[in-house]
Design a protein around this ligand. Structure first.
Ligand code: ATP
Ligand code: MG
Length: 429
């Protein structure tokens, strides 16, 4: 019976393992095969004069990254990883790997990101890469658990849609029978409609599609968005919730992913309980001191501006009180100062993580804001209609899953946080 490699201890007497040949060291009369499964490594030691003929023959045929089954006696030894080695009685090749390998799983030879992504199945055999996705899985689980516990209802909204969420740019048109259709850039309109449906608290963790032209280390064309919308709540409630979600994700990884963090060499600091909140106007002042190009009130924050503010803040923070003119039409303006709205961005020093707001729930105001942005209310009729039949006040946000992972683990490129990234040049695998 096969056992996981991590279960083979110096006290084990006999073991059968199945795994990949991670490394081969053949010293002539003596050979070492390091076998790897997802739980760890085990050294198989072969003294050629003593080993059964069939074992010696099989190992001759074996290449790195082949899948092998090995059965034998376990011996304690200081010299091998985990303080034990396996002396094989049988050694069987289950699935042979071609040589040479497209990339070196043992990481002795570094590989370019493109080569790695082209061979993601092999790249992901590397414990470091596997660790990223173990952590991603834990984050998904912890956020689901947290939101279910808070009474949120998990929803699934359409990804094939007839209208843009926020106007035309960034959209991928698709062929949909006789009609024009697009891949959805955000579940925004649908999660708001579920407020009109009386669900009160909803969330969705799902893909969003954005035809971002630029090739950056923090944009994907297909990303995963953690979206939340809840009723009888304002922007402050929304900020409190996204803050909690981020902190609990760090806590969960810190508590449950010790091995993966060690593999990645990440010393995870769980952020302090409250993130500082600065206004957009304060953010502009900080940016103006820190960057060369001109920036003034009403401008969107450039990458350089985000960096400068991030350097100054040095931890997660919120930017609040944005000019209504640069936030989407559905952000609620302050009653006493409508040129500012109840929108916020959650920032990590390296980049934006989340955008949210209290939303407009009044039909007339919403129509006015849509027109203000140069959009036509007619194309949003399916979205506007619910606002005429009892829409509760509500707020929400979208948090980028990959950016959360990337900033948490200090990954250099957002593509590291996705199994099969989609960007301008990459549609395969
Ligand atoms: P940015 O200005 O950084 O491009 P955005 O303001 O366009 O982001 P939003 O529309 O506010 O993004 O989306 C909410 C969140 O979704 C962002 O804060 C980010 O975490 C994530 N997100 C948006 N677009 C992308 C993308 N192309 N790739 C990865 N994550 C994204
Ligand atoms: Mg944003």
């Amino acid at each position: 019976m096969r056992i996981p490699i991590a279960d083979v201890t110096p006290e084990t007497t006999e073991a059968e393992i199945i795994g990949w040949v991670h490394e081969v060291r053949d010293l002539g009369g003596l050979a070492f095969y390091i076998i790897r499964d997802r739980t760890g490594f085990l050294q198989v030691t072969i003294v050629k004069k003593k080993a059964p003929e069939t074992v010696v023959e099989a190992t001759k045929e074996t290449s790195r990254e082949s899948v092998v089954r090995v059965f034998g006696t376990v011996k304690a030894t200081e010299k091998a990883p985990g303080g034990r080695e396996l002396i094989p009685d049988t050694f069987e090749i289950i699935s042979k790997a071609e040589s040479p390998l497209p990339l070196d799983v043992a990481e002795k030879v570094p590989a370019e990101l493109d080569t790695r992504l082209d061979n993601r199945f092999l790249d992901s055999r590397r414990p470091r890469i596997n660790a990223i996705f173990q952590i991603r899985s834990n984050i998904t689980q912890s956020i689901n658990d947290f939101l279910f516990k808070e009474g949120f209802v998990n929803i699934t909204t359409p990804k094939v849609v007839a209208a843009a969420t926020e106007g035309g740019t960034e959209l991928f048109p698709i062929a949909y029978f006789e009609k024009e259709a697009f891949l959805n850039q955000s579940p925004q309109l649908y999660k708001q409609m579920m407020m009109a449906a009386g669900f009160e608290k909803v969330f969705e963790i799902a893909p969003i599609f954005r035809a971002e032209e630029h090739n950056t280390t923090r944009h994907l064309n297909e990303a995963t968005s953690i979206d939340v919308e809840f009723s009888f709540a304002d922007h402050n409630d929304a900020m409190d919730l996204v803050e909690k979600i981020v902190i609990q994700a760090y806590e969960s990884v810190s508590n449950n992913c010790e091995n993966a963090l060690n593999t990645l060499n990440v010393d995870l600091k769980v952020p302090e309980n409250r993130f500082p909140r600065i206004t957009y106007s304060e953010a502009i002042d900080i940016a103006a001191l820190g960057i060369e190009e001109d920036i003034s009130y009403g401008d969107d924050l450039s990458t350089a501006a985000e960096r400068a503010i991030g350097d100054e803040m040095g931890e997660h923070y919120f930017i609040t009180d944005w000019p209504t003119s640069i936030k989407p039409y559905y952000a609620m303006p302050f009653e006493d100062q409508p040129e500012i709205c109840k929108a916020f961005d959650l920032m990590h020093p390296r980049m934006e993580l989340s955008s949210g707001a209290q939303r407009i729930h009044q039909y007339d105001l919403l129509v006015e804001q849509i027109k203000e942005k140069g959009l036509s209310p007619e194309s949003f009729e399916f979205y506007l209609k619910p606002f005429r039949y009892g829409m509760p006040p509500h707020a929400g946000w979208g948090l980028g899953m990959e950016r959360l992972i990337m900033t948490m683990l200090n990954l250099p490129n957002i593509r590291e946080a996705v199994l099969f990234p989609r960007d301008r040049h990459r549609l395969v695998p």
